[in-house]
Design a binder for this molecule. Sequence first.
Ligand code: FES
Ligand SMILES: [Fe+2]
Length: 350
Amino acid sequence: MYPFTPGSYAPRNGWYVASFIKDIGEELLERWILNVPVVLYRKENGAAVAIHGRCPHRHFPLGKSQRVGDAVQCGYHGITFNSAGKCTFVPSQSNVPGVYSIPTYPLVERGLWAWIWMGDPEKADESLIPTLEEIDFEIPGLIPYPFETMEVDGRYQLLNDNLLDLSHLSYLHGTSIGTTTDAETPEVRDVNERRLSSRRIMPNTDMTPVLMEITEYRGKIDRINGMDFYAPGFHAGLGDFQVSEGHERAGEYLSKGRVWHAVTPSTMYTSLYFFAMTVSDLKQIDRTKVIIKKVLDEDLLATIEIEKIVRRMGEAELPKELMIKSDQTAVMGRRIMQALMDKEKAEAQA
Ligand code: FES
Ligand SMILES: [Fe+2]
């Protein structure tokens, strides 16, 4: 499916964010991931688990059922599954057929996020999850904060494309976090087997509209903006703003922050989007939320509107995209994803 080859949807062997850790508790939390219903909850001993979300009897959603201790009892006819997915109780009969067990999924809590592995559990290697060090999670004076969980009416790769091409800051975010310099500045890329990294170094440049809102300073700034993509769905970004040379406050940070975007395929044409960012002062959260909402709404608008065009025209009728120079990182990101899917397909046929 667009923008991948026909039949390619998403890599399954990879860690995706299923939820912010803070949202997993005693209550059953239903999430669709890779077109599969999943139920997340925390057992009585505090461990978070992820089990399949469809009752094998009549397809009732287990996420809309109830807990009995650490087990989940289907809300329709009462068949019960433990947290390991084993069926433990069928109300109308004394035997419990083995076929009634349901899948469970490896789930790892790291940083702000609960990471799920929906593919072959044998391949669920925790070392593939970005480390906190890699994503600059622990910077003294900066507090990581889980801002938003969004269900987006658009296929996940539209969000990945968006995050892999920050030239859009100049236009989509021209009244918030971008200036025309973003699109004019060439990227510096760095690629290794774990991540695809891009930076825009913008010395002696104009302030962004949001920066003008949050600081009194007026003048030129040195700005670094960038993003590191960890396939299949995590983007760790940075935005540093310093007073430029020639000013008495030269070198002072006006703002410094890390942002983390997690993009998870939900259904075929919808996505889960988890946005987190550092704050230097928790008292500023409400004000920051207002600024962030405007920026995220701009990205969601692009995603949702492109999805509409693709769906309405139909993929068979959709003309090929016309690429420009600034697409290079996004194209590399798509190639990484396509290669992961091709590898899985080849392994499944072997
Ligand atoms: S649908 Fe779950 S017990 Fe019948
Ligand atoms: Fe954006």
